[in-house]
Ligand binder design. Sequence first.
Ligand code: GLA
Length: 381
Amino acid sequence: MRIEESFREIFGQEPEVVTRAPGRVNLIGEHTDYNQGFVLPAAIDRSVWYAGRRRADRKVRAYSIDFQDKIEFDLDQVQKDEQHPWSNYLRGISKFMQADSVKLPGVDLVIGGDVPREAGLSSSAAVEVGAAVFWEKILNRQPDPVSLVKLAQKAENEFVGVPSGIMDQFVSALGRKDHALFLDCRDLTYFHVPLSSDVKIVVCNSGVKRALAKSEYEVRVSQCQQAVERLRARGLAINSLRELEPAELEAAREALPGVLFKRARHVVTENHRVQCAVDALKQGNVERFGRLMTQSHESLRDDYEVSSRELDTLVELALKQWGVYGARMTGAGFGGCTVSLVSPRAAENFVRAIQQGYQKALGLQTEVYVCQASNGALVAT
Ligand code: GLA
């Protein structure tokens, strides 16, 4: 059912505003964003939708199609709701927009969409960016894209309480159809790189919810900060791991305990791989791009230790198939999805082989999505 129809069904009126914000797949550059590094994600053709209309008072009434659940809050008193966690992204965005001295009107709204949840495809960033764009449309304003993205990240960090980087929100807002987005997370400069029509981006969902993701994610963020502190204590004038070349880190190896060294090595080599991957893409060298993706996976598995048996199995299966250039886990890890770069001619067989192979190896089902890189929420379609 279309989102407009759901709105009509729930609230008995026509929506005034409809918005869409996509999920994302990260092609390469994992766990680099909160280290001020480089990332190369793409927005995908799966989105979160909002439909809504103004009310005369200061109440927000929101219905979630996924959760079949309705909540209500007052814009003068926006608080976290542990009973209905799905609503906290909207609450956080509403609160921080008002903190920026914007007065929001009450609204009735419906949220729905087809970004798989807890799969590492950033459904939460899509919900946040979608909410921010929804409010901007209700207010009839043209938002400044970077401010909107920062607000969405702030809602995730400070209201929902996950210390994520800025990649997901950025690409959900500013991705472009048939392009990947290169982002420098230190100064937020970015550009789009065309994706070759000779490849398909295939996402395989391990089906494993990311149970450990939040706590282990926080541990990784903190380990990277500790590595920076120790390197600074050794006289390296750096503010983030982004400022180190792989050779400089090797030279300072004895300054770090084994685990911190491995974490830092992942980040530093991954930043280097992202830059090489952009060059490869610009040159149309999909083989090289694929090899870099696979190296990224190995580094996430061995040095950063955020992969899982299921993700490793999906990557191994992918790499055995004909017409596959590379494969890796995507997103925070500990479950969620892998992404593979596959020749269009091989895509159909690939999907079948992975589904059968995963079932045979682990007795599990994988949902497979052949993705199209899409426009972000702030990019006119
Ligand atoms: C999650 C976070 C992102 C990023 C990735 C790992 O998706 O939201 O900011 O850190 O994990 O690359």
